[in-house]
Design a protein around this ligand. Structure first.
Ligand code: NAD
Ligand code: DAU
Length: 339
């Protein structure tokens, strides 16, 4: 089996590559990644020498280059993680989100049609469903929940999902889609809530919490997401959407306080700042379908997963300090100064 994994130098894609190379030693994996600000080649250093692994620096929107790669490698499966993934950046400048997340998906699927594959898997998000109110804890997103995206990021992911389903119906492309909740774990880029809070707390810097910190996310350890995609690829039904989430809802303020406690840092570091525009209130996935059909259940409890994650950031300071010392500083100032 030969697999092209796009966006594999990012957070979830890299964890997925580690999972696949370890579990299936006979598989070939080609990582196709543009190495945007969020992609980091050092993340993949442990697999660079693996003869079953190849890294290709390329943009998924570059049709000629993508076709060349398909021609050369003749992949059986494509798993598309490549995306602009940060909601705040999409609010600041939506354009690149539409290009990569929608048009890039189109290029990949056109290549799949042209060269033939057995599966195209689209890594999507629970954000395509919009949000749920805090006073209705009985409501969850199912695969039948209508798409109702809020931000430029989530609308671009929703548009891509629609296109994937259209390629299934129109051309019979063998597709699957997973819609997962918020991931956390190693190699998470420090612009996102959990790694940002860990890094700032370790540097005794203010911990920015949007609004009142009451927004709820459904956190899942990244390896559990990777295992779900693995199951969908091997046992999932073509043309289907699978929600992935662990019934682990927590308010942002709870997460930030927990990280302070784990690191022995004072809660006085917490700074409530202006809210995100159009901020989604609550995400909550109903994972019944993937459990019933494929037997998937999350394995890592949050209490253990967050300790493991914090330990990873303590042991791998050079990975995130390198990021913090670069262009990230300008991003941080723009987003958080005078907020
Ligand atoms: P990330 O931002 O950490 O990584 C994205 C990767 O894609 C980077 O390596 C980047 O270089 C690459 N990339 C971006 N544009 C590209 C392009 N045009 N061509 C080739 N490569 C490109 O993102 P992540 O958090 O790992 O998310 C991966 C996928 O999972 C995304 O599609 C995202 O929508 C989805 N998702 C993320 C979460 C989450 O909690 N992080 C949850 C559900 C779904
Ligand atoms: O739900 C899945 C989605 O989860 C993925 O599709 C996205 O790619 C991923 O980035 C993530 O989106 P969120 O917007 O939920 O994640 P983020 O870490 O940016 O924010 C989590 C919550 O914390 C959100 O309510 C905003 C808040 N927040 C975030 C940051 C960066 C803060 O309060 N302060 C911050 O500094």
């Amino acid at each position: 089996m030969k697999m092209i994994v796009t966006g594999g130098a990012g957070f979830i894609g890299s964890n997925f590559i580690f999972h696949i190379l370890k579990k299936y030693p006979s598989y070939g994996v080609i990582c196709l990644d543009k190495l945007t600000y969020a992609g980091n080649l050092s993340t993949l250093k442990s697999v660079m020498e693996n003869p079953n692994f190849r890294f290709v620096k390329e943009d998924i929107c570059n049709r000629a280059a993508v076709y060349r790669l398909f021609e050369e490698e003749k992949p059986d499966v494509v798993v598309n993680f490549a995306a602009e993934s940060h909601v705040d950046r999409s609010i600041d400048n939506p354009e690149i989100f539409l290009q990569t997340n929608i048009l890039g998906t189109q290029v990949l699927m056109d290549a799949c049609r042209q060269y033939g594959i057995t599966r195209y898997h689209q890594v999507s998000t629970d954000e395509v469903y919009g949000d749920l109110p805090l006073d209705r804890p009985d409501l969850f997103f199912t695969e039948e929940t209508p798409i109702h995206a809020s931000s430029p990021y989530s609308s671009s992911k929703a548009a891509a999902d629609l296109l994937v389903l259209a390629y299934y119906r129109t051309y019979g492309l063998p597709v699957t889609i997973s819609r997962c909740s918020n991931n956390y774990g190693p190699y998470h880029f420090p612009e996102k809530l959990i790694p940002l809070t860990i890094a700032n707390a370790l540097n005794d810097k203010p911990l920015p919490v949007y609004g009142q910190g009451l927004n709820v996310r459904d956190w899942l350890y990244v390896e559990d997401h990777c295992k779900a995609i693995d199951l969908i690829l091997h046992k999932g039904r073509v043309g289907e959407i699978y929600n992935v989430g662990g019934h682990n809802e927590m308010a942002n303020i709870e997460i930030v306080k927990l990280i302070c406690k784990e690191l022995g840092k004072p809660e006085s570091l917490i700074k409530f700042v202006a809210d995100r525009k159009g901020h989604d209130m609550r995400y909550a996935i109903d994972p019944t379908k993937i459990h019933r059909e494929l037997g998937w259940l999350p394995e890592t409890k949050f209490a253990y997963g967050i300790k493991k994650t914090i330990a990873w950031y303590l042991e791998n300071r050079e990975w995130w300090e390198e990021i913090l010392s670069g262009d990230y500083q300008q991003y941080y100032e723009k987003m958080y100064q005078n907020r």
